[in-house]
Design a protein around this ligand. Structure first.
Ligand code: FE2
Length: 270
C-alpha cells in the first residue's frame, strides 16, 4: 500500500501559550520531531476554554497571545526551512454547554470543523451531547479529541454513543494506538476502530516524547488496518484542512478468523 505524507490537526507547538512547547527553542524541536514523523501539514491547536467566549475581552486577550505565538512560530527561519505547512486552530474545552466559535481562529484552519474536549478527561455524566448538538445547530462540525482517553467510559463505549448520535466526529491520538497512554486507551482505540467510530488520527503532540504518527500508521498496517491508517492520518485529515467531509473509515470486522483477531494483532499478542 502506498502511504502519503501525514496531515495532522491536533498539536501544541505554539511557544509559551499552554502545556505544549514552552518557548521557541522547544517549538523548533517539536516541529522538527513532527516533520521527522512524516507530517508535512500541521494545524496547531493550543488549549482554549470555551467559557472564555462568555467574556469577550478575555477571549481577545488569549487569542492575541495565540496570534503573537503563531507569528513567532511561522517567522522562525529554522521552522520555515523544515518545509512544514503550519496552520491554526484551537483545542476547545467544553466547560460550558454553548460556546461561541464564530471567531474563525477558534475553528480548525478557519473552516467549519471545531476540535473539542471535555474537562478532566471525564465525559459529563449527563447531557454531554448538548454542546455537540449546540455547535452542530450553528453549522459547525465538532471533532472530539481522543475519545479513547475518557476514564469514565467503560469497555462497551456506550457512553460515547450519544455523541455519535448527534453527529460528533472522533479523532484518536496516534500515541494511544501504540500504548503511550496505557492499555486502557489502546484497548478503547482498538474498540473504536472495530466499531467504525473514528474519522481521524492526529498526534496531540506536546513536544515531549515522540509524535507517534508513523508508529501508529505502521502498527495499524501491520495489524491489517492499512486502509484505515491512511484514511485516519492522511486522507481524512487532509480533507479536513480543505474543509471537506471525511470519507467513511470501514469498521474492522468482529468476526475475523481466529486465532489472531485485530485486537491481538494491534496489541502484538498471540
Ligand atoms: Fe491536545
Amino acid at each position: 500500500m502506498t502511504t502519503g505524507p501525514a496531515t495532522d490537526f491536533h498539536s501544541h507547538l505554539i511557544p509559551g501559550v499552554d502545556d505544549g512547547a514552552a518557548d521557541l527553542v522547544e517549538s523548533r524541536a517539536a516541529v522538527a520531531a513532527v516533520v521527522r514523523d512524516g507530517v508535512m501539514t500541521a494545524i496547531t491547536t493550543p488549549h482554549f476554554d470555551g467559557s472564555l467566549t462568555m467574556a469577550p475581552a478575555m477571549a481577545d486577550e488569549r487569542l492575541a497571545q495565540f496570534d503573537a505565538g503563531f507569528e513567532a512560530l511561522t517567522a522562525d527561519a529554522e521552522i520555515t526551512a523544515s518545509g512544514v505547512r503550519l496552520l491554526r486552530g484551537v483545542e476547545l474545552m467544553l466547560d460550558i454547554p454553548d460556546p461561541d466559535v464564530s471567531d474563525p481562529r477558534l475553528r480548525l484552519n478557519g473552516g467549519r470543523f471545531v476540535l473539542v474536549e471535555y474537562p478532566g478527561l471525564r465525559l459529563p455524566l449527563a447531557h454531554a451531547d448538548f454542546a455537540i448538538r449546540a455547535l452542530r445547530d450553528k453549522g459547525w462540525q465538532p471533532v472530539l479529541a481522543h475519545p479513547e482517553r475518557y476514564r469514565n467510559v467503560d469497555d462497551s463505549l456506550e457512553q460515547l454513543l450519544a455523541l455519535r448520535y448527534v453527529g460528533a466526529y472522533f479523532q484518536v491520538n496516534a500515541g494511544s494506538l501504540v500504548g503511550h497512554h496505557g492499555d486502557f486507551a489502546r484497548r478503547h482505540a482498538a474498540a473504536l476502530l472495530v466499531k467504525g467510530w473514528l474519522e481521524y488520527g492526529s498526534s496531540d503532540y506536546h513536544g515531549r516524547g515522540a509524535p507517534a504518527v508513523s508508529a501508529a500508521r505502521a502498527a495499524l498496517a501491520a495489524s491489517g488496518a492499512g486502509e484505515q491508517a491512511e484514511l485516519l492520518f492522511s486522507e481524512n485529515t487532509a480533507r479536513l484542512v480543505r474543509d471537506e467531509s471525511p470519507r467513511p473509515v470501514p469498521a474492522i470486522g468482529r468476526n475475523e478468523e481466529e486465532p489472531r483477531p485485530f485486537w491481538a494483532r494491534l496489541f502484538g499478542r498471540r
